[in-house]
Design a protein around this ligand. Structure first.
Ligand SMILES: N[C@@H](CCC(=O)N[C@@H](CS)C(=O)NCC(=O)O)C(=O)O
Length: 205
């Protein structure tokens, strides 16, 4: 297997996942800041020009960070990060989707619509970016209510893939300088725990 990866929030999901599991895979680094994702050579790997991509031993290219982690989980089931029982798996899946679709994507859109580098990726819209900033804080307040039962992690009492999505959410919030309001004490407690994990990605530079 070979991993194509680069410094990015979605790429970080796979890096954190592998570090948490102690998995090592030869990695081909793609310099996204130098637009290496758009070279004809890399577009043959992923026509969307995005990382991460896992090349399987039969040559096929598997994209999508969560699909890659799920595949690695089936090869390396322990420690378990996607749940064991049908109920654990279903609730972790629920939280993976909530963290990604409800929180991470809106935070990602702040970056896409505000950061100069992305101006060739989307038609940047400052009003939409401001809406995403407000919406993210409202949704973090929702998450705080969900976590008011005192759980240590997003999906319950153990660290799972849903926390990894959350770590990459915190990572992009660092880039876009969005702070969690101190009143959201449950989310702040979880944030502190995530930031202190040795696998939390370092900001570049
Ligand atoms: N849904 C995909 C998203 C992948 C994605 O958006 N990757 C971004 C980095 S976070 C990328 O490679 N962008 C390349 C570019 O904009 O040049 C996943 O979860 O892997």
């Amino acid at each position: 297997m070979k991993l194509y990866n680069g410094m990015s929030s979605n790429g970080a999901r796979v890096m954190i996942y592998m570090a948490e599991k102690g998995i090592e895979i030869p990695t081909h680094s793609i310099d996204l800041m130098a637009n290496e994702g758009q070279t004809p050579e890399f577009l043959k790997v992923n026509a969307l020009g995005q990382v991460p991509v896992l090349q399987l031993d039969d040559g096929r290219y598997l994209t999508e960070s969560v699909a890659i982690c799920r595949y690695l989980e089936s090869l390396h089931p322990s420690p378990n990060l996607f749940g064991e029982t049908p109920e654990e798996q279903a609730f972790i899946e629920m939280w993976i989707r909530r963290m990604e679709l409800w929180l991470f994507n809106v935070a990602g859109d702040v970056g896409l619509h505000e950061i100069e580098f992305f101006k060739y990726r989307v038609d940047q819209n400052a009003d939409y970016a401001a809406y995403c900033r407000r919406t993210l804080v409202e949704r973090l307040a929702w998450l705080d209510g969900e976590m008011a039962d005192g759980r240590g992690f997003i999906a319950g009492d153990t660290f799972t893939m849903a926390d990894i999505i959350g770590m990459t959410l915190l990572f992009i919030m660092g880039f876009t300088q969005i702070e969690i309001p101190a009143t959201l004490t449950n989310v702040v407690r979880w944030q502190k725990a995530m930031l202190s994990r040795p696998t939390f990605p370092q900001m570049p530079g």
